[in-house]
Design a protein around this ligand. Structure first.
Ligand code: IMP
Ligand code: MG
Length: 173
């Protein structure tokens, strides 16, 4: 059977407190203009739903579905969009919400694609950042936690599609 979680890395209470702070940071960062919060599925679905409820300004929500070629645990950097947001991006502040930045390859490719749609601004909000992403060519403006270099699951993050529903973040055995 599947693997078991080894250790709780971020508890529900820690996550809730940090998401609240991020919401305040984001609210302050966008004093005007239209804000479109773009969640990268599937990993960001729980984070995004908690985060937008902590942002005190008007906003819209849409999603992106990207697929890396291959299904390994190692990122290939070859990304294609399976679902493209229907909302227009032009002239809007775009906040791309990602679960975790590992190598940064997925984000590099996505940001190239999104930049072509002429947004007013384009920023990244990642719940977790492993800081080994020497390949990421864009700054990660908002980061929840500087994560240890372990494989993490829960709060949206999966291992082979399991563990996404766990309300805290844990490392795998
Ligand atoms: P990158 O392109 O290497 O930055 O890969 C980022 C993607 O890999 C994330 O959106 C996750 O889907 C996945 N990923 C990277 N590290 C982890 C982890 O520790 N747990 C679960 N998924 C991860
Ligand atoms: Mg994943």
């Amino acid at each position: 059977m599947g693997r078991a979680v080894k250790r709780i890395v971020y508890s529900e209470a820690q996550i809730a407190a940090r998401v609240h702070e991020l919401g305040e940071e984001i609210t302050r960062f966008y004093p005007d203009g239209e804000l479109l919060v773009l969640g990268l599925l599937k990993g960001s679905f729980i984070f995004l739903s908690d985060l937008v409820r902590q942002i005190r300004r008007s906003l819209q929500v849409d999603f992106l579905v990207a697929a890396s070629y291959g299904d390994g645990t190692v990122s290939s950097g070859l990304v294609r969009l399976l679902y493209d947001p229907e909302t227009t991006l032009e002239g809007k502040h775009i906040l791309l919400v990602e679960d975790i930045v590992d190598t940064g390859r997925t984000l590099n490719r996505l940001l190239e694609l999104l930049q072509q749609r002429s947004p007013r601004s384009l920023e990244i909000c990642a719940l977790l950042h492993k800081h080994i992403a020497d390949e990421l060519r864009y700054p990660t403006r908002f980061v929840g936690f500087d994560a240890p270099n372990e494989f993490l699951v829960g709060y949206g993050l999966d291992h082979a599609e399991n563990f996404r529903h766990i309300p805290y973040i844990a490392s795998l055995q």
